[in-house]
Structure formats: C-alpha cells, structure tokens
Design a protein. Structure first.
Length: 134
C-alpha cells in the first residue's frame, strides 16, 4: 500500500469496489461499525489478492474511488441516492469521524455532517452492487 495524495478536483465515492489503487477508507469492527484509517492509503495488487478469500472485502473494509456519476446505478442524475436513502433512517448527528477524504467525499458534499453520522454503518452489498459504483 502507498500514501494517497488527495486531488481536490476528484469527487470520491466512499463505498467503492476493492480494486488496485482504491483508497482504503476503513475497517469494520465486530459490531459492524466502520473504523476510519488515516492517513489515506491506496491499496495495491497484493492487498486485493490477500483479501480475495473469505467474506467479500467490501463487507470487511470500505474503499473510495472516483465517483462515476451516471456510470453508477445509484446516481439519480443529480445526486447519489445511497446517502439520501441512508439518511431517511434518521441517525442523530455526532462528532465527525476522522475520515481521510472529507474534502472530496460525494456524500459529504451532498449532505454535510449528517452524512458522516450514518456513514460508519453503511456496508456495500457486492451481490447487488448496492451501494456503490458498478
Ligand atoms: S460521509 Fe463523511 S465520514 Fe463518510 S466518507 Fe464521506 S466525509 Fe468521510
């Protein structure tokens, strides 16, 4: 893995696939809550290969990659529906997680600190490719 240099022009999906050069955003604990990793790291082929066995890596970790907007089934034409749907459950806002991508996060850009309150509980379902890009 290598340090990630943030590109301010790049808007990132915080629930992306486990692929080479994705940013490792965090690791889920035993309760299913995401623990965020700082500083940001980009994963390499060795990491991808090492997580290929057992539960799908997207259920154990969260990854960030550039938001592909209309290339994703969760894009409404103007917004990412994943965070909008998650916010309907109404989780109280708490202190912001120590997240490495906030300046460029799609969900934070859309919903601000409210997105960060529900973010640790969102798990990408790779079998339905939802949430996240596909
Ligand atoms: S919603 Fe907030 S905590 Fe989650 S990835 Fe975006 S900036 Fe980080």
């Amino acid at each position: 893995m290598s340090p990630h240099g943030e590109n301010a022009a790049e808007i990132l999906c915080p629930s992306a696939r486990c692929e080479k050069d994705a940013i490792l955003l965090g690791v889920f604990d035993a309760t299913g809550r995401l623990g965020y990793i700082r500083p940001a790291l980009r994963i390499d082929d060795d990491f991808v290969a090492g997580t290929a066995e057992g539960r799908t890596p997207e259920e154990r970790f969260r990854f960030a990659q550039p938001c592909v907007e209309s290339g994703c089934r969760n894009w409404t034409g103007e917004r990412c529906s994943v965070i909008d749907d998650a916010l309907e459950f109404g989780v109280a806002t708490e202190s912001l997680p120590a997240c490495s991508i906030r300046r460029t996060c799609r969900w934070f850009a859309q919903a601000g600190p409210s997105a960060c309150a529900v973010c640790p509980l969102i798990v990408r379902n790779v079998r339905t490719a939802d949430p996240g890009t596909d």
